[in-house]
Structures are given as structure tokens and as C-alpha cells.
Design a protein around this ligand. Structure first.
Ligand SMILES: [Zn+2]
Length: 299
């Protein structure tokens, strides 16, 4: 199948995906932060940060991603929980379930598909993706665990809400008595991302991939950049290389791999002819496919 590979054209991406989806036996979707950004959930949004983190904006921060990876050395427990409870409240309760994910689900329904995502924001779950077809590789925000290592994990949304509603807005700290604690041993809790069912979901992902070896497998990357390339980007390249009938379509606006000379999102040279790259917004492609396949506009 030949495609005019205009890497900046959403229409070209839609046309290629439409024909490849029609002929694929199985579809493996990898979704990164770029997909949620395309849906409007961006950790780089200065306006959202000023609105929901006025205390941290006043302390010289500008956007949420600056605060990722802050450690116990940087913050007191009270500050850490003020941050986490505010951040997760925004992601899980203020930001709505994004219609973009619902449209993606409708596009994939009827196909034998699986989704792996590096996003912890739960948008796939909220859109109704079946859990047996979804692997949140880096876990998700709902899981809380014990910081003392007693291996207890639980769904922590209620604990977070208690912490958030007791934030001292002068200090931007949660008072100690409202900091979430392990129900088993009483140590401070932590956002642990990976709950007790993580292994089950990982095994489902691995067996889906293993079963694809002799299939016409279509891999679709949506908004997968370079923050954590070991989660989706590099494994998808390895799967494409290893499986004879696999083809990878890479949709990722704006990210340009450092050091390459062709000026657009790239792939290893030995995968020439087996990867299609598009430097276009994932939302434009999903909306275009949705209109093409359902005959309905996306709005
Ligand atoms: Zn514990």
C-alpha cells in the first residue's frame, strides 16, 4: 500500500490509518502525554497552574510539570500532600472526561485492540475502555501505598480529598493530622501509582503482544514523546522490527528527535517502509478518523 507521506497533513494521517485499520488483524495503541494534551490536559499550562496552584505560583513556579519528581528532600510532608491532593483533584475531578477518548474508543470498537498508556490521569478508564484491553504502564493516580514498605495499597481518593480540604493556604501545607496514612501500620501514605492488580494488567499486555506475532499488526502511537521513551516508543519500535507483518504509525505533534537531519519525528533507519510518521496533533487525527468512519462530525 502506497501513501503520500506528507508528514504535516492530518488528512494524510487519517487516510493512511483508515486503510490500515480496515486491513489490520489487531491494533496496538500507545498513548502518551501528547494525547491528553491534545484533549486539553497539559501539565505545561501556565493559566491552569495560576488558577489551581496560586500558592505555588506565588512561590515562583509556573506549570505543573515543574513539580513532577519533587522529593521528600525538597518538601515537607505537609507541602507534598498539599501539592498532590490539589494536582490529583484537578486531574481527576475538575478536568472533565475528554470526548476525544470516547471517540477513540468508538473507533477501536469492533477491532481486536489493546491500549498501553504512560498517562496516569485515568482518561481511558473514564471513557469506558474495558480494563482487559488497557494497561496503564506507569500506574495511575488513584493508587495509594505505604511509605514504610509494608506493601499495603489502596484507592486513595477519599484520603486525598480529606487532605485537600484541610490545606492551610497561608503555608500551602496539609496539617499533620490530615496527611493520609497507611491503614495497616500508620506510616505516611504515598501516591504509589501501581496497585495490587498491576501485574495482572502487565501480563494481559504481554500476552496480547505475544499473540500478535503472526498477525497483521497495526501499532499506533498517539502523542508519545521523549519524557519516558522506554515505556512505549522504544518497545513499539522493537515490536515493529520483530514482527514481520507489523506496521507502526507515529502521530506526534511538535516533538522532533534531537540529532536527526530530516526535521520531523523520526524512527530507526532499519525500519524504513515499516513506520509512518506524522507531525500532527492527535486530536485532529482522531476527529478526522471519527468523521470519516462514522459520518458524524466530532462536535
Ligand atoms: Zn504500612
Amino acid at each position: 500500500m502506497e501513501h503520500t507521506n506528507d508528514v504535516t497533513s492530518p488528512f494524510a494521517a487519517v487516510a493512511e490509518l483508515q486503510s490500515r485499520m480496515a486491513s489490520a488483524d489487531r491494533i496496538l495503541v500507545g498513548a502518551g502525554a501528547g494525547l491528553s494534551a491534545a484533549a486539553g490536559l497539559s501539565y505545561f499550562d501556565h493559566d491552569v497552574f495560576r488558577t489551581y496552584f496560586p500558592e505555588m505560583a506565588a512561590r515562583g513556579y509556573h506549570f505543573q510539570y515543574e513539580l513532577v519528581g519533587m522529593s521528600d528532600d525538597d518538601w515537607t510532608p505537609g507541602r507534598k500532600w498539599a501539592y498532590w491532593s490539589t494536582h490529583i483533584h484537578y486531574v481527576r475531578s475538575v478536568f472533565p472526561q475528554a470526548p476525544l477518548y470516547s471517540r477513540l474508543l468508538e473507533l477501536l470498537s469492533g477491532h481486536d485492540y489493546f491500549v498501553v498508556t504512560s498517562n496516569a490521569d485515568r482518561q481511558f478508564m473514564r471513557a469506558g475502555f474495558p480494563e482487559q484491553r488497557l494497561f496503564e504502564f506507569q500506574g495511575h493516580y488513584d493508587n495509594m501505598g505505604c511509605s514504610a514498605g509494608c506493601r499495603e495499597t489502596w484507592i486513595g481518593l477519599e484520603d486525598l480529598e480529606t487532605a485537600r480540604t484541610h490545606i492551610d493556604h497561608e503555608t500551602f501545607e496539609v496539617p499533620d493530622e490530615f496527611i493520609p496514612r497507611c491503614p495497616r501500620c500508620g506510616a505516611y501514605a504515598e501516591i504509589c501509582f501501581r496497585g495490587s492488580d498491576y501485574r495482572t494488567h502487565l501480563d494481559r499486555y504481554v500476552s496480547f503482544v505475544e499473540d500478535c506475532h503472526d498477525s497483521r499488526l497495526l501499532l499506533i502511537e498517539l502523542g508519545v514523546g521523549f519524557n519516558t521513551p522506554g515505556v512505549i516508543r522504544w518497545p513499539f519500535e522493537r515490536i515493529t522490527r520483530a514482527f514481520p507483518d507489523a506496521h507502526l504509525v507515529r502521530i506526534n505533534a511538535g516533538y522532533r528527535e534531537p540529532g536527526y537531519d530530516r526535521g520531523h519525528i523520526e524512527y530507526p533507519r532499519e525500519l524504513e517502509g515499516r513506520v509512518s510518521v506524522y507531525d500532527v496533533d492527535a486530536a485532529a487525527v482522531i476527529d478526522g478518523l471519527y468523521a470519516a468512519l462514522t459520518g458524524r462530525p466530532s462536535d
